[in-house]
Write a protein that binds this ligand. Structure first.
Ligand code: NDP
Length: 399
């Protein structure tokens, strides 16, 4: 059917590549392009020989001209951006210049401040529409599947949704005293930022990790969950008509938070560069260099993740609650694609999003968040490609 250019060769990209190769009728050819070409070559070596033809390329995705040259050479139908959020705009510019669809899993962030805002990417709406191409924003798990779950709930279970609680739990244990499950810089920037939730038309800020509840998750058990801001809150507040309140909750163990507190207190999580022995270094980037590489956690991680959405609203004049979630087992993911569940739960929806666009199931020129498309074919594909969902019509609610 077509060709996809995958940019990035990290934890998530590895899963995207494995999954594309499982659907060779759609992904006839892929090109894996990243800053360090040896990582792309290593992936090709692992997966070569199947029906999906694989090539690799070196690219600096901060450089629009290099990207345009690469796209013109390979002629893909879509670019799957699984590099870092810093590269979103340059890759979108290159897609516009070449008339190719775009997909990512995280919103654009400027290097100096973590803002988690869609405004920079939403500013491209008219340009993509005029060019007749689609930019699908946030096709990972959260953002991503959480938006599809919300669209599914609104389409099939509610006349009005009033409250959404997104609960992201990771009960995996990698055996290290402290490590992050994906890019430490992105992860720590997210957690040390203020919490924020949406209520009655406005966002309310809370100090970092100051709001805590205990939630008993299916197949995982009771866990401490903390209120965080997460980027899908911004788009869901606009796209799920009638919603009054949206909160995002993530699990952290006490051990993880104690390490983080200490690192924060001594200044190691700061992104402000300091002068060390005549050289400028950002403490957080140095910390990243000394922490275990997230890619190395795969073989060691045991346990499950559970990510889902709890909805409250109204159907046929009656109050209704609904919970839809996916449970993913770290070791099963590792056995299938050689990565733990955090990369798996992001990489599978990225492949599915690309498949939706390449097969024409989702066909809407412009820049869109995932909940703006018909959720049905995506929900079906989740069951088929490794992230089956379960539902409950009588969930415990979070107060
Ligand atoms: P990694 O750090 O493992 O991989 C990032 C990759 O991008 C690396 O291969 C890196 O190259 C490459 N890269 C970085 N800068 C450039 C550049 N300028 N040009 C070309 N390549 C570049 O990250 P992850 O795989 O863990 O995460 C990938 C994305 O997925 C991130 O944007 C992250 O925020 C997002 N994510 C989304 C989630 C969701 O549910 N929506 C959950 C988890 C992650 P090099 O090897 O040279 O460093």
């Amino acid at each position: 059917m077509g060709k996809a250019l995958i940019i990035g060769a990290g934890g998530v990209a590895s899963v995207v590549v494995h999954k594309c190769c499982q659907v060779p009728d759609v992904f006839e050819e892929i090109c894996i392009a990243s800053r360090t070409v040896s990582k792309c070559d290593a992936l090709k070596e692992k997966l070569d020989g199947g029906r999906t033809k694989i090539q690799t390329a070196q690219v600096d995705a901060d450089n629009v001209d290099e990207l345009i040259e690469l796209i013109n050479g390979f002629q893909p139908d879509i670019v799957i951006n699984v590099a870092l959020p810093y590269q979103d705009l340059t890759i979108m510019d290159a897609c516009l210049a070449t008339g190719v669809h775009y997909l990512d899993t995280a919103n654009y962030e400027p290097l100096d401040t973590a803002k988690f805002e869609y405004k920079w990417q939403w500013a491209y709406r008219e340009k993509f529409e005029k060019a007749g191409i689609t930019a699908l924003l946030g096709s990972g798990f959260d953002p991503g599947v959480t938006g599809v779950f919300s669209a599914h709930a609104l389409k099939h279970h509610f006349d009005e949704i009033h409250t959404i609680d997104i609960v992201d739990a990771n009960a995996g244990d990698h055996g290290y005293p402290f490590a992050t499950n994906f890019n430490p810089e992105i992860n720590i920037r997210e957690i040390t930022a203020n919490g924020r939730y949406y209520e009655n038309g406005e966002f309310i800020e809370t100090p970092p990790l100051s709001v805590k509840r205990v939630y008993d998750l299916p197949e995982i058990g009771p866990k401490d969950v903390y209120l965080l801001y997460h980027e899908e809150l911004e788009s869901l507040a606009l796209n799920i008509t009638g919603v009054k309140k949206i909160r995002f909750w993530m699990t952290f163990s006490e051990k993880y938070l104690t390490h983080l507190k200490v690192l924060e207190n001594v200044g190691m999580t700061s992104i402000e560069p300091i002068n060390f022995e005549g050289k400028e270094i950002a403490p957080l980037q140095f910390l990243k260099a000394v922490l275990p590489d997230p890619a190395s956690l795969g073989p060691r991680t045991k346990g499950k993740t559970n990510i889902g959405c709890i909805f409250q609203g109204v159907k046929d004049g009656e109050p209704k609650t609904y919970y839809v979630y996916n449970v993913c087992d770290h070791q099963e993911c590792y056995a299938e694609v050689g990565s733990q569940a955090i990369s798996y739960t992001t990489g599978v929806p990225a492949m599915i999003g690309a498949m939706m666009i390449m097969t024409g199931k989702w066909n809407k020129p412009g820049v869109y968040n995932i909940e703006e498309f018909d959720p049905d074919p995506f929900m079906e594909a989740l069951n088929e490609y490794g992230l089956p969902w379960q539902e409950s019509f009588n969930p415990t609610l979070i107060d």
